[in-house]
Design a binder for this molecule. Structure first.
Ligand SMILES: Nc1nc2c(c(=O)[nH]1)N[C@H]1C(S)=C(S)[C@@H](COP(=O)(O)OP(=O)(O)OC[C@H]3O[C@@H](n4cnc5c(=O)[nH]c(N)nc54)[C@H](O)[C@@H]3O)O[C@H]1N2
Ligand SMILES: Nc1nc2c(c(=O)[nH]1)N[C@H]1C(S)=C(S)[C@@H](COP(=O)(O)OP(=O)(O)OC[C@H]3O[C@@H](n4cnc5c(=O)[nH]c(N)nc54)[C@H](O)[C@@H]3O)O[C@H]1N2
Ligand SMILES: [Mo]
Length: 774
C-alpha cells in the first residue's frame, strides 16, 4: 500500500464510534507499516506492565487490571513509529530541501524514520551526513559563542520521557537560561495557571478510580472518541451504572454520541450501541464560562430558596467553611452577572443551562473534564476557574468520585513539567537544583512559545533546539514562525520523523534522529526503561519492545541531551556519560531533586507504577491563603476582542481549529476524518448550512479564508472547500495545522499565553486560486 490517494468525498458516517470501522482502520495502518507481525507484538505490549507507554495520549489506565489496553488511534501511533521505511543519507541526497518543502506534511512523515544525523549544507541545499560527535561539537560551539545564554531557545514536545526532560532542564539551567518554550504552552497551560491559583496544584485532582464513583461526568470542549479513545470505556461504564454524562461541545462528536467497545465481541456482532451521553449541549465558541456561570446562578437561586424554605442547603457549607476562601466575593459576582449576558455569550438557552444545572444538582459526586475547547481561548484561565468555583460550592474536590480533570494531550506532557520543563520555574525547584548540584541557577523567567518566536523574529534569539515536536507547524502564525526559525544561526531538531521543522532551517541546521517509545534502548549497562506520568499523576516505567531499524544510528533522547551537554559544559555539573550508561542514575538524581520522587527506582519497579499524590485531592491547598480560592472573575464584556474589531472589518464566522480522526497533532496519518464523514481531503472548512447560504456560497464550493487582526498583516489560507455541517450558527471549524497561518501570534490567552486556536474571527471569499500559502 502506498500514500493514500482517494477522491475527496463528504458523506456522513453512520456507524458508532470505535467498533468495526475502527478495526478496519487499524488493519490498514498495521499492514502499511511493512512489519505487521512485529508490530502486533508491540501492540499487545502497549500499556501493559513491562511493556511501553502508548505514545498516543496521556489518558491513564486502572493500575490494577491487566486487560489489554490499546485503541484505534494508539494503534496508529505505534504503527506509525514502528515503520521499517527509512529516511537516510540516500534519501537526502535524492531530494534537496527546496524540493522537500514542496511536499505535504503527510508525505514528509510517511517517508519513514530518520536514521542518521544530518547537517544542512546551504551551498547544495541538501542535508549531508555528519558524525554524532561532530554534531555535538557544532552545537556546543554555537552555544558557547552566544554572548548571553538567553539567546538560545530550548523547545520540548510532550513525548520526552522524564529522564530525557530532567537531563535537558539540568543542562539548560547549568548553561544559564530558563528559555523553555514547550508544547504545553499551546495546550493545557491555562489549566496549570488557573488550577495553581485556585487550588494550589496545576494538575488534575482525580485518579482513574474516581471515574468508577462519579454520579455525573461533564466532558467539556473535548473529543475523546478521537483524541482519548480509552476514556470512552469509563464513560460507557458510568452510563451503565446510571451515572450521567453531560457534554458541552458545539460539534456533536460521534465518539460522544454513540459508542461500541472494540474489545467486546458481542456488541460488535449485534452492531448495537448503547447511548452514551445523557445530555449534549452545544455552546458558542468561548461560551463555556458563561454557561458555567449560568449554572452557578441557578444553583445559587435554588440554594437560597431551600434555605428560605427551611430545607437542607445544596452547597457543602462545612467544606466551604473549612477549606475555602473568597466565596462571598464570588457569589456577589454571580449575582452581578446578568442573565442576558449569560444567554448571549454562552450560546445556550436559559432552559438548557437550567437543565445542566439540574443534572449537576442531582449528582452527589461530580467530575468535570476538559481539554482544548476550553484551554485555547483568550479567557481560558477564568473559564477554568469558573469550573473550579462551581465544584468548590459543592465540595466536589478531594472526595472519591469527584474532582477536576484537565485531560492532558501528549503522553508525557505532564511529566515534563514535573521534571522542571518550565519557563517560569517555581523558586522551590530552583533551590532544590542549586542545593543538589551546587551551581547558581538562572532566577529570571525564560521564554514561552510565543515569546520565543518573538525573540527569534527580533533577532534576539539565535539558536533553536527542539527536543521532539514540530515547532514550525504546531505554532501559530506560520509564515512568521517560519521566518523566526530561518533567522536563527542554528536550528537543531531531535526527532523520529521528517517534518516541516527540518525544512525550515537556520543558517546552520541539524537533524538528530532518536529512538521512540517503542524501540529497545540499549546502553552500556544493558537495555533501559524510561518513565512517564499520565493525567492522573501515575508514574510508570516504559520499556521499548522493538529492535531499532537495522543499521541505523539513532540514539536515545537522554543520550542526545547528554551529548550536547557534554560538548557544551564538559563534565559539569554531572558526569553525563555515566548517567547514560544506566538510567537508574538519572532517576536517583530525580529522587534527590523533585518532590514526590523519593526512592524513585524502587517505587517505579512496582507493576502499574506509583501515584505521585496531589495535595488538592487530599484537601491540602498549597496556595498563598492556604485555602482553595473562589475566583471572582467577571465574564468578558465581549468575546470579540478589541484587536479583532480594530481590523475595521466585521467577521463572517468564528473559527475553531481542531484535529481530524487521522492525525496526531502535526502528524497526518491519512486524509480521512471518518466520524465527521470527510474522506481523502483536509483543506475543508465546516459551517452551518444557513450561514453558508447567508454568505452566498454552496456547500462544496472552494473559498479563501482570512482572519481579522489589527496589525495590517494579511493572514490567509486558500482553496478550502466549505462544507455544510450540523453545528451552531456563526461558527466554523477546520483542521490544524493547515489553518495555523490564520492564528495571530499575539492573540493568546490572558495569563496563559496560549494561542487562541479555538476562536479566530474570519472572513470568507470565493477562492482565487487553489494553492494554499503556509
Ligand atoms: N489521535 C489523536 N490523539 C490525540 C491527539 C491527536 O492529535 N490525535 N493530540 C493529543 C493532544 S497534544 C491533545 S492536547 C489532545 C487534544 O484533545 P481535544 O481537546 O479533544 O482536541 P481537539 O481536536 O482540539 O478538540 C477540541 C474539541 O473541543 C470542541 N470545542 C472547540 N471549541 C470549543 C468551545 O469553545 N467550547 C466547547 N465546549 N467545545 C469546543 C471541538 O468541537 C472539539 O470537539 O489529544 C491528544 N490525543
Ligand atoms: N491551530 C492549532 N494549533 C495547535 C493546536 C490546536 O488545537 N490548534 N494544538 C496545540 C497542542 S495541544 C499541542 S500539544 C501542539 C503540539 O506540538 P508538537 O508537540 O510540537 O507537535 P507534534 O505534531 O506532536 O510533533 C510531531 C513530531 O514529533 C517528532 N516525534 C514523534 N515522536 C517522538 C519521540 O519519541 N521523540 C522525539 N524526539 N521526537 C518525536 C516527530 O518528528 C514528529 O514529526 O500543537 C499546538 N498547536
Ligand atoms: Mo496538546
Amino acid at each position: 500500500m502506498s500514500l493514500q490517494q482517494i477522491n475527496p468525498r463528504y458523506k456522513p458516517y453512520k456507524g458508532a464510534a470505535a467498533g468495526w470501522g475502527a478495526l478496519k482502520a487499524v488493519t490498514h495502518f498495521w499492514l502499511d507499516s511493512k512489519q505487521p507481525f512485529k508490530n502486533l507484538r508491540a501492540l499487545l505490549k502497549t500499556n501493559q506492565n513491562g511493556g511501553f507507554d502508548c505514545p498516543g495520549c496521556a489518558w491513564g489506565d486502572s493500575p490494577e487490571d491487566g486487560r489489554i489496553k490499546f485503541c484505534e488511534n494508539g494503534a496508529k501511533a505505534v504503527n506509525w513509529e514502528a515503520t521499517k521505511r527509512r529516511v537516510d543519507a540516500a534519501f537526502f541526497a535524492k531530494y534537496s530541501v527546496s524540493q522537500l518543502r514542496e511536499q505535504s506534511d503527510y508525505w514528509l512523515e510517511y517517508q519513514g524514520r530518520l536514521t542518521q544525523p544530518m547537517r544542512y549544507d546551504a551551498k547544495s541545499d541538501h542535508y549531508v551526513p555528519i558524525e554524532w560527535n561532530d554534531a555535538f561539537a557544532l552545537i556546543g560551539g554555537y552555544l558557547k559563542g552566544l554572548s548571553n545564554p538567553d539567546q538560545a531557545e530550548f523547545y520540548t514536545s510532550g513525548r520526552a520521557s522524564n529522564e530525557a526532560a530532567f537531563l535537558y532542564q539540568l543542562f539548560v539551567r547549568a548553561y544559564g537560561t530558563n528559555n523553555f518554550p514547550d508544547c504545553s504552552n499551546m495546550c493545557h497551560e491555562a489549566s496549570g495557571v488557573a488550577l495553581g491559583q485556585s487550588v494550589g496544584v496545576g494538575k488534575g485532582s482525580v485518579t482513574f478510580a474516581d471515574f468508577e464513583h462519579a454520579d455525573a461526568i461533564f466532558v467539556v470542549g473535548q473529543n475523546p472518541g478521537t483524541n482519548h479513545p480509552r476514556m470512552l470505556e469509563p464513560l460507557r461504564e458510568a452510563v451503565k451504572r446510571g451515572a450521567q454524562v453531560v457534554c458541552f461541545n458545539p460539534l456533536k462528536e460521534r465518539g460522544l454520541e454513540r459508542f461500541q467497545h472494540p474489545q467486546h465481541a458481542l456488541e460488535m456482532l449485534t452492531n448495537g450501541s448503547a447511548p452514551l451521553n445523557t445530555a449534549f449541549f452545544r455552546p458558542a465558541l468561548g461560551g463555556d464560562m458563561a454557561a458555567f456561570r449560568g449554572m452557578a446562578k441557578f444553583l445559587l437561586q435554588w440554594e437560597r430558596e431551600a434555605v428560605a424554605n427551611g430545607e437542607a442547603p445544596l452547597f457543602d457549607h462545612a467544606f466551604i467553611a473549612e477549606h475555602t476562601d473568597g466565596m462571598d466575593a464570588y457569589l456577589a459576582e454571580v449575582d452581578a452577572t446578568s442573565w442576558t449576558l449569560i444567554e448571549s455569550q454562552s450560546g445556550l438557552t436559559l432552559a438548557e443551562i437550567e437543565q445542566s444545572a439540574r443534572m449537576y444538582r442531582r449528582a452527589k459526586n461530580v467530575i468535570i473534564c476538559w481539554a482544548m475547547g476550553v484551554t485555547q481561548h483568550r479567557h481560558s484561565v477564568p473559564t477554568i476557574q469558573e469550573i473550579v468555583n462551581l465544584q468548590l460550592l459543592f465540595g466536589n474536590v478531594g472526595r472519591p468520585g469527584a474532582g477536576l480533570c484537565p485531560v492532558r494531550g501528549h503522553s508525557n506532557v505532564q511529566g515534563d513539567r514535573t521534571m522542571g520543563i518550565n519557563d517560569k520555574p517555581p523558586a522551590a525547584l530552583l533551590d532544590s537544583i542549586e542545593r543538589r548540584f551546587g551551581f547558581k541557577v538562572p532566577r529570571h523567567n525564560g521564554h514561552n512559545t510565543v515569546e520565543a518566536i518573538e525573540a527569534m523574529v527580533a533577532g534576539q534569539a539565535k539558536v533553536f533546539i527542539g527536543l521532539g515536536g514540530n515547532f514550525a507547524q504546531a505554532t501559530p502564525d506560520s509564515p512568521r514562525t517560519h521566518q523566526a526559525l530561518k533567522s536563527c544561526d542554528l536550528t537543531v531538531q531531535i526527532s523520529t520523523k521528517l517534518n516541516r521543522s527540518h525544512l525550515t532551517v537556520g543558517t546552520d541546521a541539524l537533524i538528530l534522529p532518536c529512538l521512540g517509545r517503542t524501540d529497545i534502548d540499549r546502553q552500556a549497562d544493558g537495555p533501559q526503561a524510561v518513565t512517564v506520568e499520565d493525567s492522573f499523576s501515575m508514574v510508570h516505567a516504559s520499556f521499548g519492545q522493538l529492535e531499532p531499524i537495522h543499521g541505523s544510528q539513532m540514539k536515545s533522547e537522554p543520550a542526545i541531551v547528554a551529548g550536547i551537554a557534554k560538548a557544551t559544559l564538559g563534565d559539569f555539573p554531572v558526569n553525563w556519560d555515566s548517567l547514560i550508561a544506566d538510567y537508574d542514575r538519572i532517576r536517583d538524581l530525580i529522587a534527590d531533586t523533585i518532590p514526590g520522587f523519593k526512592d524513585f527506582n524502587q517505587r517505579v519497579a512496582h507493576p502499574g507504577g506509583f501515584y505521585l499524590g496531589n495535595a488538592a485531592n487530599s484537601r491540602k491547598w498549597p496556595t498563598a491563603s492556604g485555602k482553595a480560592n473562589f475566583k471572582a472573575n467577571p465574564l468578558p464584556a465581549d468575546l470579540i476582542s478589541e484587536r479583532m474589531r480594530k481590523s475595521g472589518q466585521t467577521h463572517d464566522l468564528i473559527l475553531q481549529t481542531m484535529r481530524s480522526h487521522d492525525q496526531y497533532n502535526t502528524t497526518i496519518y491519512g486524509l480521512d476524518d471518518r466520524y465527521r464523514g470527510v474522506w481523502g481531503q483536509r483543506d475543508v472548512i465546516f459551517a452551518n448550512e444557513d450561514d453558508i447560504r447567508r454568505l452566498g456560497y454552496e456547500s462544496g464550493q472552494k473559498v479563501d479564508v482570512s482572519s481579522l487582526w489589527d496589525d495590517g498583516v494579511e493572514r490567509k489560507v486558500k482553496g478550502f472547500t466549505i462544507l455544510a455541517y450540523d453545528m451552531p450558527k456563526g461558527q466554523a471549524a477546520a483542521y490544524y495545522p493547515e489553518t495555523n497561518p490564520l492564528v495571530p501570534l499575539d492573540s493568546y490567552g490572558v495569563g496563559s499565553f496560549t494561542p487562541t486556536s479555538k476562536f479566530i474571527a474570519i472572513k470568507i471569499e470565493p477562492a482565487q486560486q487553489s494553492k494554499r500559502i503556509a
